[in-house]
Design a protein around this ligand. Sequence first.
Ligand SMILES: [Zn+2]
Length: 474
Amino acid sequence: MEVWKKVSRMPAKAIRNMQDDLLQKMVKNEFAKRHPYYREIFKEKGIDPESFRSLDDLNKLPLTKKEDMLPREDDLRHPKKFVLEPPSEEEQKSKKKGFALFGKKEEGPDPKDYKFHTLYFSAGRTARPLPVEYTHYDLNNMKEAGFRAFDILGLTRDDTMVNAFTYAPNVYFWQMFYSTVGIGSTALQAGGGKVLGMEKILKAMDNMEAEVIAAAPGYAMFALQTLDFFGFSAENLQRLVIGIDYAPVSATEKMKKLMESVGAKDNKVQRIYFNSEAKCGWAECEPGYGYHLNPDHVLVEILDPDGETVLGEGEKGEVVLTHLDAKGTTVLRYRTGDIATGGLVTEPCPNCKRTVPRLMGDIERKSHYYKLSGNEGPVDFNANELRRRMMANADVLLWYVEINRQNGTDGLKIVFKGVSGRDEEALQKNLEQEISETFNLPVTVEKNTLDAIANKIGLEKYITEEVVFDTRQE
Ligand SMILES: [Zn+2]
């Protein structure tokens, strides 16, 4: 945490200088030397690792896509090519005094840092999961990232928590696990609906008088909306920490209201943006102030989602990652497929005054941008925007959308279950009108039972629910 105290107060210029140094070191000592995939690419493209001086040289480096990393039909071990090889014996013998950052003297690579610890996977249910290898070194960095996130969220050992992020080999559950254990708070590692189920989670929250619940946004909302049904109280609840899935700022507003309506003690909602390939999650001090990055661990660029142009301060674009301090699976200019609607800003946070770069707005999925053909020609359909609207609607309990094609025209079919006691007929009409006007596509809206929808979206089955189904690909 000593490092964090310094990093989170450093002026932007000093952060950039630090990243210049770290990048130079990472390219020269790791990517060019012991990264099987990039070493090859550098050779192929005649890239000289010695020529890297600063972030300005980044555009000389190739971009990486998820497809570049996935297992291949003829090579299932392909992802292993993104794992740093341990230093050779020869290298260890000639250890030299090297770069020193914050007094952390390095005396050449330590083989222990490169030793395999665990594999976590990216969540993608629609895309194939990508194995990400962690060494002990990475695990320590993830723990550090977890402490930093708690520092930003303002969580302490006095907070009793329920970790309802889905239990699975993923960074979401485990960063939260290590953070709660690390600070010594009373915490139930509930593992989400998949492990304990809603009723037991709510009961535990009630019994433990838990102040904090960490959960995927859809699951957190569902929990609050069904609390009454299960007969539990939320009188001790003060805070929701949401992450894993799409968590627009507008949904945090609905959650705050929901917390009030169930009699919670306070109604704080905070977000974490977890990224599997970054090997950590970044927290936000308050909704809308941006995800506070760890600039000494990972470098983040924002690129044009359809091209290779690096975008400026605050411009909406794709989140692109480069590891600056990692072992195991490491990436260089990796296109995450996540879109930060408010881009990246480097000015100090007006709320908490920390100076680290921040990812602003909502994190949308690029795979949820569709090019459809409506009645009057091509339509750009942003399913993230539909999700945002549905999540913010106080009358909708559960829902999903199907993108269907009929006679060459694409349309949306929305299936929903209203919150108990609401007029579902009226809601159905309103949704049909609002959505067809907004998206300029033919829309049908249907009601269904809670069980049918929960089952379809995998509410307690998957890491997070899936609500967009493109039937045209089936
Ligand atoms: Zn802040």
